[in-house]
Design a protein around this ligand. Structure first.
Ligand SMILES: *Cc1c(COP(=O)(O)O)cnc(C)c1O
Length: 223
């Protein structure tokens, strides 16, 4: 089970001064690879397909914190609600309400991050600033979700100055929203940004959760 423990230790060293956490993105990788990284000390794993995450959860240690990082369909929330620790890509009030409902059925509170569209590409999911504010204005009275912060994906580009600008924009938005909607609370502190290719820039710009796959598990093969 190929897991790059040298890269794992390197990433952990980079995170330490920033007090950021690693979400090890294990999508498409076998349970044995996850177990190998677990044995090295990792506890947070990210998946982006519901069925795959449910299967792996059944096979692996119960103290793993499972983060759902993909696009979650409302009708599938019920399958992961019994165990999911955080949902990174919430981009509608309807989805947030469904997570609240399913979390309540399981007697749980589920951490959620609202996904903001920061990249220039049209295809990526996420809210713009106006939509984000509108969602938050209507998100009161959902006791079984905890809106923990924001998530974003930078443009897929070699222009690292642009990537940095996009991360900086997301951080500024988090600060503004925290001030407007979460003043005096201890929530809305999380900022999920940065992947294998750009996590160091993300850390410098205020990331608290980096989502790293290929650096740890090798390139993915979707064939
Ligand atoms: C796959 C994926 C990652 C990890 O990407 P790597 O480039 O392999 O580190 C991070 N975030 C999301 C949302 C993903 O789907």
């Amino acid at each position: 089970m190929a897991v790059n423990l040298t890269n794992y230790r390197h990433v952990q060293e980079k995170l330490q001064p920033f007090h950021a956490q690693l979400v090890a993105v294990s999508k498409t990788k076998p349970a044995g690879s996850i177990q190998a990284l677990y044995d090295a000390g990792q506890r947070i794993f990210g998946e982006n397909y519901v069925q795959e995450m449910v299967e792996k959860e059944g096979l692996l240690p119960k103290d793993i914190q499972w983060h759902f990082i993909g696009h979650l369909q409302s009708n599938k929330v019920k399958y992961i609600a019994p165990f999911v620790s955080m949902v990174h890509g919430v981009d509608s009030l309807k989805l947030l309400q469904e997570i609240n409902k399913q979390a309540a059925k399981n007697g749980r509170v589920i951490d959620c991050l609202l996904q903001v569209h920061i990249a220039t590409e049209e295809t990526k999911f996420g809210l713009n600033e106006a939509e984000l504010n509108a969602l938050l204005e209507n998100a009161a009275g959902l006791p079984n979700v905890r809106i923990a912060g924001l998530m974003g994906m930078a443009s897929n580009t070699d222009d690292l100055a642009q990537v940095r600008r996009e991360f900086r924009q997301l951080k500024a938005l988090q600060v503004a929203v925290a001030d407007r909607f979460f003043k005096g609370t201890d929530t809305f502190r999380e900022l999920s940004m940065g992947m294998s290719g750009d996590f160091e820039i993300a850390l410098e710009e205020g990331s608290t959760l980096v989502r790293i796959g290929s650096l740890l598990f090798g390139a993915r093969n979707y064939a």
